[in-house]
Design a protein around this ligand. Structure first.
Ligand code: HEM
Ligand SMILES: *[C@@H]1O[C@H](CO)[C@@H](O)[C@H](O)[C@H]1NC(C)=O
Ligand SMILES: *[C@@H]1O[C@H](CO)[C@@H](O)[C@H](O)[C@H]1NC(C)=O
Ligand SMILES: *[C@@H]1O[C@H](CO)[C@@H](O)[C@H](O)[C@H]1NC(C)=O
Length: 329
């Protein structure tokens, strides 16, 4: 082979590189960033040690990222004067800072170790997976090679994301549109075994609920009483928040489902799961069998983690997770 044809071959290979790399794989960073997993793991352990709310924060962030336009780190973009990003949708305003922080921390370390290689979308997926294990949840394998988005709009979020006051039928159809069965949906919402919700997300269930009852009768009365005290001044103090799982708030377990059976479902969408015949059988199953919940949750999270991912040329690897890559044109 002549030097010229060798060069030509090389050029050809380079041209096809993005295509060759356009698939997710378990060992995506094995050659290009061998310390990827270790760095994510160390960052997750450190961050969770300093701020125990981080696991829930990352999990919610990841779920929202994937459900709106795919797992492409579009949720991490800070909006500017001209353009409102996903972060500015109403439901995003309360997104917890610790979720963003864990990603940014890992990104800083990774940029020193292997600059320009690891996408923010992969960081969020991997950190979330590791954090779930740290708080006691199941481990699952995920694939890597996601690219970061080049768009992030507020409008996308307002349409595609489930809200606590939506009728269950609408919530089921949003999950259905993303390829999740009713059972998978019930397993995923088990994520509410950790983390917080702000009073405004459920205050309508606590005060002046109906002509006959101050609070939603779906609540256990003692629980409602406690929440009414916690949230009594929530309009002046909008940061007031309650644990999603009042019994074991920091532990990833199946207590969420047992809570639902006892009237400790915090959000209207939580309580609905045990009141509706379409979802109640799964609530009862997961309440009775934590391994089954872990198994189904892990499997459903694997599905979440590949929703509408961008690979190859469909996106890029950002330099910073909160802003789009500056394209040299
Ligand atoms: C029925 C569908 C769902 C609805 C309506 C819903 C709604 C909410 C709301 C309103 C909050 C409170 C936000 C705040 O006040 O800061 C919340 C928190 C949370 N959600 Fe969901 N969610 C749903 C499903 C899911 C799923 C599928 C996951 C993950 C797989 C998830 C993970 C979380 C986590 C971890 C938190 C706690 C966040 C924190 O502590 O910072 N949610 N959710
Ligand atoms: C509930 O209704 C009463 C009487 O209509 C009103 O005075 C009160 O401000 C309401 N409370 C809340 C929290 O809206
Ligand atoms: C709410 O405000 C009232 C009046 O200022 C105060 O007495 C009460 O302790 C406050 N409740 C909470 C939970 O902070
Ligand atoms: C719980 O679910 C697992 C499947 O993950 C199954 O192997 C086990 O038999 C179940 N346990 C009970 C008590 O049903």
């Amino acid at each position: 082979m002549t030097l010229r044809s060798l060069l030509l071959l090389l050029l050809l290979c380079l041209a096809f590189l993005p295509i060759l790399q356009s698939k997710l794989s378990a060992d995506y960073y094995e050659k290009t960033c061998p310390k990827f997993s270790q760095i994510i793991q160390e960052t997750a352990v450190n961050k969770q040690g300093i701020t125990p709310t981080s696991a829930a924060a990352a999990l919610r962030l990841f779920f929202q990222d994937c459900f709106v336009n795919g797992c492409d780190a579009s949720i991490l973009i800070t909006s500017n004067f001209y353009k409102k990003s996903e972060r500015d949708a109403d439901i995003s305003l309360s997104l917890p800072g610790d979720g963003f922080d864990v990603v940014n921390r890992a990104k800083s370390v990774l940029e020193l170790e292997c600059p320009g290689i690891v996408s923010c979308a992969d960081i969020l997926a991997a950190a979330t997976r590791d954090l779930i294990v740290i708080v006691g949840g199941p481990h699952y394998e995920i694939l890597f090679g996601r690219k970061d988005s080049t768009i992030s709009t507020k409008e996308n979020t307002d349409k595609a994301f489930p809200l606590p006051r939506m009728p269950l039928t609408q919530i089921i159809s949003i999950f259905g549109a993303n390829g999740f069965s009713v059972q998978e949906m019930v397993a995923l919402v088990g994520a509410h075994t950790i983390g917080f919700s702000h009073c405004k997300e459920f205050a309508d269930r606590l005060f002046n609920f109906s002509k006959t009852s101050d609070y939603d009768p779906a609540y256990n009365p003692e629980y409602a009483k406690g929440l009414r005290i916690l949230c009594e001044n929530y309009t002046e103090y909008p940061t007031m928040a309650a644990f999603n799982d009042v019994i074991t708030p920091r532990k990833f377990d199946n207590m969420y489902y047992k809570n639902l059976q006892r009237g400790y479902g915090l959000l209207a969408s939580d309580s609905a799961l045990v009141a509706d015949e379409r979802t109640k059988p799964f609530v009862d199953m997961y309440a009775a069998n934590q391994s089954l919940f872990f198994h189904d949750f892990a499997h459903a999270m694997q599905k979440v983690s590949v929703l509408n991912v961008k690979t190859g040329n469909e996106g890029n690897v950002r330099d910073r997770c909160d802003s789009f890559k500056e394209l040299l044109t």
